[in-house]
Design a protein around this ligand. Structure first.
Ligand code: KIV
Length: 290
């Protein structure tokens, strides 16, 4: 029997029980399998794939088609976690009907269980339209990367009393509009704690201190998969980029020295007396390669 997928209600029940909610991004089938094996209950197919997978300098060029492709791969890789997929830039801002059509595609073609979109009070009517139509929506306030040019860079938000008050109002408006949870990105820890306290729905922090109901991180940052900049809030769990570079350097050296492959990685002809002219068959994990 298929394992049962975690629901938005289960995620909300975790807040009610005071149980912290781990979440991480994943962008492909293999990453999703690893995240599921680590018993993480919620995966974000983030539009951060624009940065870490596609090499853009922002999330702005990411399309609905990109998100559908990666979401479907993640859903194939993980059967248990709740999969939330980002609505990319301009897929929901124009009007509520366009937002609904695109959210529908992300759920139907991408196979995700929920969508996430960025913004405060101005997007509340869009969230209301989606939730009324039966779409589970996660909000996202604080640093909203799709607005990087308006915000003037990737900076901490809500540091003044006025902007902190605005973020509290934004969070309450998203909850009122039917969001099942809200990401709080790059805001002061004290403000994140206050928002978490005032909301009934879970808050999921990234660079928002320890007092949110859950935490989300970009997988590449958390695992140290890149060789360059790593945000301070990502923690120090692994340096897989360096591990991979070392392995590749050893591989390249072995190839140059003729030390790879050895007999152990090679295939050989059958040495039985030939009854007929049979063609040797080579097969591996990716199927027959005759
Ligand atoms: O796209 C993403 O990875 C995100 C996280 C930063 C929350 O939205």
């Amino acid at each position: 029997m298929r394992p049962r997928r975690i629901t938005t209600h289960k995620i909300q029940a975790m807040k009610a029980r005071g149980e912290r909610i781990p979440m991480v991004t994943a962008y492909d089938y293999t990453q999703a399998q690893i995240v599921e094996a680590a018993s993480i209950p919620m995966i974000l197919v983030g539009d951060s794939l624009g940065n870490v997978v596609l090499g853009f300098d922002s999330t702005i060029p990411v399309t609905v088609e990109d998100m559908i492709r990666h979401s479907a791969a993640v859903v194939r890789g993980a059967e248990t976690p709740l999969v939330v997929v980002d609505m990319p830039f301009m897929s929901y801002q124009v009007d509520a009907e366009t937002a609904l059509r695109n959210a529908g595609r992300l759920l139907q073609e991408g196979g995700a269980q929920a969508v996430k979109l960025e913004g405060g009070k101005p997007v509340a009517p869009i969230i209301r339209r989606l939730t009324d139509a039966g779409v589970a929506v996660m909000g996202h306030i604080g640093l909203t990367p799709q607005s990087v040019h308006k915000l003037g860079g990737y900076r901490v938000q809500g540091k003044t009393d006025r902007s902190a008050d605005e973020l509290i109002e934004d969070a309450l408006a998203l909850q009122e509009a039917g969001a099942f949870a809200i990401v709080l990105e790059l805001i002061p820890a004290e403000l994140a704690a206050e928002i978490t306290e005032r909301l009934d729905i879970p808050t999921i922090g990234i660079g928002a201190g320890p007092d949110t109901d859950g935490q989300v991180q970009v997988l590449y940052d958390m695992l140290g998969l890149g060789l360059g900049f790593k945000p301070k809030h990502a923690g120090n769990y692994a340096s897989l980029g360096e591990t991979a570079r070392d392995a590749l350097e050893r591989y390249a050296e072995d190839v140059k020295l003729g030390e790879f492959p050895t007999a152990a990685q090679s295939f050989h002809l059958d040495r039985q007396p030939a009854k007929s002219e049979e063609t040797p068959s080579l097969s591996g994990p990716y199927g027959s390669r005759d």
